[in-house]
Design a binder for this molecule. Structure first.
Ligand SMILES: Cc1ncc(COP(=O)(O)O)c(C=O)c1O
Length: 477
């Protein structure tokens, strides 16, 4: 690998006429130089990843592109600090900067979501959920969450997760239209009297009525946990009703729609000092303990710094525009796919997600996923209600518009994307549940069109395209 590519990576700041001379910036540059000189194999893989992200159409609903500044902060020397505990109450010395950084991250998270309490130490949303549940429930207590097959998450009570084994997990599902079946949910709440009710999903394209969930939780004195992992960006920008003051606790990943580093976040609003199950310890105190020392050891200081940076980016007007495009684009994509004859689950979408049934074209979810990937389009297989195929095969696809919106694409480009999807899927033949056949000439044509579309709508991490945005998300064109 040559120094040329190092120079290319450093270009955004130079493009803006700012060559940062701070100690951290120099360290990052030195680090990249050393990596390229001493470990070209790894450096080449990392460079290839940047090129790939820039030149493919990523429609993974759980993904976003982190701003270059977020990525840089994640590689900060702050990572070398080992300090268990919380700001001002660490179990190791030397955490002065880290204390300030963590306080900054907490304050920014609270401001972004209008929360009264935030814990930024959770290493992921899964760990956040496990910590919250362990603070509110004893083993054997009843947990009520959306069924995995209906779009719920593993940590909402699936047997494949400890949440389905340590707790008495009961699940609710969807009605015939593919929406949350509140009538059945009410029956389940009254019958099982859960200790915790979870509202949130990994594959659900419609608005979640958190207030309705809360009313049901209140009928039996359950705690409501809102998991906004997928929709946190829409919640932060007011494009989806916020659960922060409605639920007792809200959790999210920071790398999905928030476009931050890999990590989790725990929030609480009005209920932050409501007593926990012991009738006296306030929820915020329970949450602090639940993360450290009950379920995690040392926090990840550079990740927390990157969260602080991501929360600042998410508070900027450009992020508002991205959120607007995310929803607009998902609607346009769903409408175009419907007009091309696809069965779009629930008939459309309210958020960033479009779920389609691939069986109309005689494909399984996994063959559709693989054929699209071969053509430079990423979307992942997804089980659909009543699916007869196993989770590794499935009968559907989950599409997301986060990254398309970050490219600055709008409804017009969604029509192009829908036609590219259709060209690939209609040109794919099924050989078995997991194998397919596609004309190599078609692959070449679509790959070229995808590359051209991406070049016209560059990402913030694209340092090769003339006029590429420097650091703001969502200003691609
Ligand atoms: C609703 C929901 N909750 C939690 C998670 C877990 O998030 P993480 O990857 O941060 O552990 C996911 C991830 O896909 C999710 O969709």
């Amino acid at each position: 690998m040559t120094r040329q590519s190092v120079a290319a990576v450093a270009r955004p700041t130079q493009q803006a006429g700012r060559s940062s001379t701070g100690a951290q910036a120099q360290l990052l540059r030195t680090g990249m130089d050393v990596l390229h000189d001493t470990d070209p194999e790894l450096a080449a893989l990392l460079d290839a990843e940047v090129s790939q992200q820039n030149s493919i159409l990523a429609m993974i609903a759980s993904a976003s592109i982190a701003d270059p500044s977020v990525l840089a902060v994640g590689g900060a020397a702050l990572s070398n600090v080992t300090a268990e505990g919380y700001p001002g109450a660490r179990y190791h010395p030397g955490a002065q900067q880290f204390d300030h950084v963590e306080n900054l991250a907490v304050e920014r998270a609270k401001r972004l979501f209008g929360a009264r309490y935030a814990n930024v130490q959770a290493h992921s949303c899964s760990s956040a959920n496990l910590a919250v549940l362990s603070a509110l429930m004893r083993p054997g207590d009843t947990l009520l969450g959306l069924d995995l097959d209906a779009g719920g998450h593993l940590t909402h009570g699936s047997r494949a997760s400890v949440t389905g084994r340590h707790y008495n997990a009961v699940s609710y599902g969807l009605d015939e239209s593919g929406r949350i079946d509140f009538a059945r949910l009410e029956d389940l709440v009254l019958e099982h009297r859960p200790r915790v009710l979870i509202a949130g999903a990994s594959a659900y394209p419609r608005t979640i009525d958190f207030a309705r969930f809360r009313a049901l939780a209140d009928t039996v004195g359950a705690y409501l946990l809102a998991d906004i992992s997928h929709i946190a960006g829409l919640v932060a920008t007011g494009r989806h009703p916020s659960p922060v003051d409605v639920a007792h606790i809200t959790t999210t990943s920071t790398y999905k729609q928030l476009a931050g580093p890999r990590g989790g976040l725990i929030l609480s609003g009005r209920e932050y000092d409501t007593p926990g199950p012991d009738g006296r310890t306030p929820l915020f105190r329970l949450m602090q303990r639940a993360v450290f020392p009950q379920s995690q050891g040392t926090p990840s200081p550079a990740s927390i710094a990157a969260k602080a940076r991501a929360f600042a980016v998410a508070a900027e007007p450009a992020f508002q525009e991205t959120a607007r495009l995310i929803v607009l684009n998902a609607r346009a994509l769903a409408a175009e796919l419907s007009s091309l004859g696809y069965r779009v689950l629930t008939g459309g979408t309210d958020n960033h997600m479009v779920l389609i049934d691939t069986t109309g074209l005689g494909l399984t979810g996994v063959t559709a996923e693989r054929a699209l990937e071969e053509c430079g389009i990423l979307a992942n297989r997804n089980r659909i209600p009543g699916d007869t195929k196993p989770p590794l095969v499935t009968s559907g696809l989950r599409l997301g518009t986060n990254i398309l919106a970050q490219r600055g694409m709008g409804p017009e480009q969604m029509r192009e994307c829908a036609h590219l999807l259709h060209t690939v899927l209609a040109g794919t033949g099924l050989l078995s549940d997991t194998e397919y056949r596609i004309d190599p000439a078609l692959v070449t044509t679509v790959r070229e069109e995808v590359r051209w579309l991406c070049a016209r709508h560059p990402l913030s991490i694209d340092t090769t395209t003339a006029g590429a945005p420097v650091s703001l998300i969502g200003v691609g064109t």
